[in-house]
Structures are given as C-alpha cells and as structure tokens.
Design a protein. Structure first.
Lengths: 319, 319
C-alpha cells in the first residue's frame, strides 16, 4: 500500500538511460515498504526494485543506507544490491525525489514465523553484524533511548486516549531505562527494523533481508531484542520461549554473546519494546496526511514492554 | 493502490497446490486494477498475476470474464490467460474470496498516448471484437444507457455540489440519449473499459490488454468511442483530431465500420462520456469506505460530453 509517487513511462525512460540494463519489460507499483514508493521493474537485463524515497527518509542518510547494502551484498549477505549507473552512481533523481535501483530478491515473508524461521533469522542477524564490521559509514540511532522523551512529548499528552494511565507508565519507563541502559556493550551497524515483513525465506532458509532505512550504529544485541519482540511473541501476547531460544541460539552459533550482553538482554528488550510503542503511539495519534497505511496498534508493544519489565534475567528467554 | 486482501504464505501454499507451476519464488501485492486485490506471483514455472475478486465484481460474472480471456488468448489476443489447475478449473477460493491465476504480460501503459499508440489501439480493439465473435458467453452491459437514470438517482440529487446545474444537465442528457440511442448496430463482446492503464505497449506495439471486468455485449462501435474519450482528448479538454482519426482508422483497417455505425459515432461518444461522468460522480460523492483509490474528477467527462453534444457528424473525429 505504499506507492505514493506515480512514474510516467517517459520519465522512466530518461531515468533508465543512465544504466546499462537493456529495455523495459514492465513496471508495477508494489505494496512493500511503508516509507517509500517501490516498483518492481522488469528489464531485459534483469529484475529490479525501483525505490523513490519519500520525505520520511532523510536524503542525507541515503548514501549510508545504499553504501551499507552495497557493502553487505559484496560480503555475501542476501540483501538488495544497489545498481550502479554508467557514471558509477547508485543514487539519482526521479520525479523530484531521490531514487535508486536495487536488485530483486526472491522469497516470501512469513506471517507466522515458526521456530526454524527464528533460528535461521538469528544466524542471519549475526552474519549481518559480522559483515558490517568493516563498514566505514556511521549513523546515530535516531530512535534510540535518547529520543524517547522527545517521542513521548510529540504525542502531546494524548497517550491516555489510547490506554488510561499510559502517559504515566511511559514516563516511568523512560526514567527507568535512562538509569539502566548499558553504556559499554559491543557496538556496530544494526538493521534495527527486522520485522517479519523485512525478511524473505525460501522454505526455512533466509533468502533476503530488506528495508535498511532504519539501519544505524548501536548495540548489536539490541538488534536481536528488536527481533525477539517482533518474531517470538504469540498473538495473545505471550512470549514463545522456544522461538526466543531458537533466535538467540541461532545468533550465538555465529557470533557469541558476552556475559555483559547476556545480562543486558532484558533491558535491551524493554528499550526495543518502548521504541516501537512510542513510534506506533505517535502514528496512531497523529496519522500522516494522505497515508495509505493503517497505523499499527501500539498496545501490542505495551504488553511486550510489561513482560520484559518483570524479567529477572536471560533465563526468561530460554537461555 | 489496490491490494485489499492480504495473502498469508501458508494459505498461498494451499491455493497453489491445485496447480502444476513449481514452487513459489515471490509474491508482491501490486497497485493495479481498482476493483480487486492483485499480486505478482513468481513461480519456478513462470510469472503470473494472482487476483482475489473483491465485492465490486459479481461472483456470478466471473465465469464470463475468465471464459472470455481464455477464448481471446487462444485466438492470439494479447490478454491474460487464465491458468487451469489440475482439476481443469480456473476459478477457486482464497481467503474467502473467488480467486484466479492469469499469465503475466510484459509492457508499460502510456500516460500520454501518442498518435501511433492510438492507431495501434484501434487495430487491437477491432482484433478483440473479431476474436470474440464466436464466444458463447453473454453478459448485459450493467452500465449501459438503461442504467443511467438509476446511476443519476443514486447520486441523491447532490450533483450540483460538484458543478451548479449539473443535475439538470444530466437529466436533459439522459432524456436526449433515450431518444437518440441506436437500436440496430452491429453487436458483440466489448471490453468497455480500455483506458490507457489497461493497455500495455512495448514501444508502439500493443503487448497486452488487461482488466476485462467490465466486458459485456453491446454495440461494437461504442467500445471505440469509450477509447476515443479516454485516449484522444488533451489535458485541457480539447479533442486531438489527429489521434481520433488514427484510432478510428486503425480500427477500420481491421474491421470496417458501416455507414450506420459512422453516423452513430457522435451519439455513442455522448453515451460513453455520460457513463463515466455518472460513475465518477457517484464515486466522488459516495467514496467507498476504506477505499485506497482517490476518486477521479467527474468534470473531465462533463467537458467531453459537451463536446460530443455539439458534434454534427463523424467529420468532427477527423473522418
């Protein structure tokens, strides 16, 4: 549901004249990615995704995102590879917006991840972290804990419209996390948004990781807890400890977690839950004008946040 | 902008088990067709469009539409071919909706058709009419002149909200068309909705005609006038007589028009303009709940209607 910008055939021709990809066979607007306009482009030279970056992605961050995908793809990570034009560039303009072509990846996202999907995902995250180690780009996490007070404030005190007492609960949680947030865990480039719709599988093998537009530098284990929240809870709000264990053990099989990281998992999970609670709350209270995407229910993340708040150690995650 | 119904991977697997098309490579919701949910489905056995029919398409009409596409495709018309399952059937259920797979067609729709596109389209329409001659299915035109009073009534007297005097102008036009509408022109199966987004081209060759969900039995020349309205007017509202001539001559090169048909072109063009004026007016005044498609401006068709009302004969179309 995410095509915002229409691409006329004649403007497409001008854009594609910068590449050596043969002639156009078809262009279909696809319902993928919430933030941008995406098209599936079939050329005689292959199949690609054409992305027009809409205003929610900061133009100055695009070299980081495209550079990262290029870096990861050359190290064997199954992610979209930005395609270079004859001028060597991956980023140019189309319809007045920054635009790029990336390679198309086969695979399906899974609606109800099973344990084997969680295990494969864990390993894929560790591989991504490994492959990004020598990436030179740097981008601060714009949605990390230091952003939480601003996000809560942007909701304009209306949180209680969604659940009575929510504003106060968020306030208390922010204060607690400011105290408890780790200072010295292993850092690196994280994806930061690896929800099930951003991971493609062929059977239970990960065939693609997409949508790197929240990637940033942060604690590596935080990335894992974002996934624990989005992959390992059942619809009723209970953590599936078998899936949680599979995810984390899948990760550790490729990159061991230090004892400091293990001890920090509950607080990282709380921070990850609060981040999505806050952004969903904001989108719920202040839906974007003309948005074609229905805001997601923030309360799903309140339930997850409360779960992690009562966790005493990593054993709650099956470790 | 037209994916309404989500297809979970596990339900897709069940659906596809009825076919011999190999295994799934990818499924992307595409922004094509206003009435249905459409997905581009890549299988090891080929690329297809998966359509879930939403409530605006009457389920009892689907055998006509799918039967017609099958009939036309076997006669060499570049239209989607419904794919048969191992049971020989093309229509089955997915997510509680009628659903079908059709072949994928290459090509791009043109935003600003040029004269050569209009000429190629004219010939393609005549070929479609020819190929459908021995099609046994029958479907009345639910949006023909006999529907106009009902459509106008459904707008609930609110037409003047869109343009002062519009309700009265529509009323007068309906009465005039009831008098002037032809009774005995050559009939057959028409597409009835061949707007530029339903026609694919590779360069200036027609590579695909899609979206047969308004097809019905009606005057053949009426189909041509629907296209004249949607392909041959400039953005300012003027008829481009060069394009009109190219369209009609392209048609006549393949199927001659009788003198009765030629004489009837202006009144058919008025009827075609009024049909889209009325349905757009209705969608404008009564937008469908949850619709993701912005209603189109009805006044574009009022301008076309007025043009044809003052036409004295087919010479106005360059003949």
């Amino acid at each position: 549901m995410a095509v915002y910008t229409d691409v006329p055939d004649e403007e497409l021709d001008v854009f594609l004249s910068a590449y050596d990809l043969g002639s156009v066979l078809s262009l279909k607007g696809i319902a993928e990615g919430v933030e941008n306009s995406n098209y599936l482009l079939r050329m005689t030279g292959g199949t690609f995704i054409l992305t027009l970056y809409e205003k929610r992605v900061a133009a100055e961050d695009l070299p980081f995102f495209l550079g990262l995908m290029d870096h990861l793809a050359t190290r064997g990570i199954a992610c979209p590879t930005p395609v270079k034009g004859r001028d060597g560039k991956t980023l140019r303009a189309l319809r007045g917006r920054p635009a790029a072509l990336v390679t198309f990846l086969d695979g399906l996202s899974v609606r109800k991840p099973r344990t084997e999907h969680c295990a494969a995902l864990g390993t894929a995250i560790a591989s991504l972290h490994d492959a990004a180690r020598d990436f030179a780009g740097q981008r601060a996490n714009a949605l990390g804990p230091s952003s939480f007070r601003g996000l809560a404030g942007a909701c304009g005190g209306e949180a209680d419209r969604v659940a009575p007492g929510l504003a106060r609960e968020i306030e208390t949680e922010i204060a607690a996390l400011e105290q408890a947030w780790p200072k010295t865990l292993p850092q690196g480039v994280i994806h930061a948004d690896l929800f099930p719709d951003n991971v493609f599988f062929i059977q239970s093998r990960v065939s693609g990781l997409i949508d790197f537009y929240f990637a940033c530098n942060d604690f590596l284990a935080y990335d894992l807890m974002i996934c624990l929240n989005s992959w390992c809870f059942e619809e009723g709000g209970q953590l599936n400890i078998t899936k949680a264990r599979a995810l984390i053990e899948g990760y550790r099989a490729k990159r061991p977690l230090s004892s400091a990281e293990l001890a920090a998992l509950p607080v990282l999970a709380r921070g990850a839950a609060l981040r999505f609670l806050l952004t969903r709350l904001y989108d719920w209270l202040k839906p974007a004008e003309g948005a074609l995407v229905k805001p997601k229910n923030p309360l799903e993340y309140l339930i997850k946040l409360r779960f992690h708040r009562h966790v005493t150690g990593p054993s709650a995650y099956g470790l």
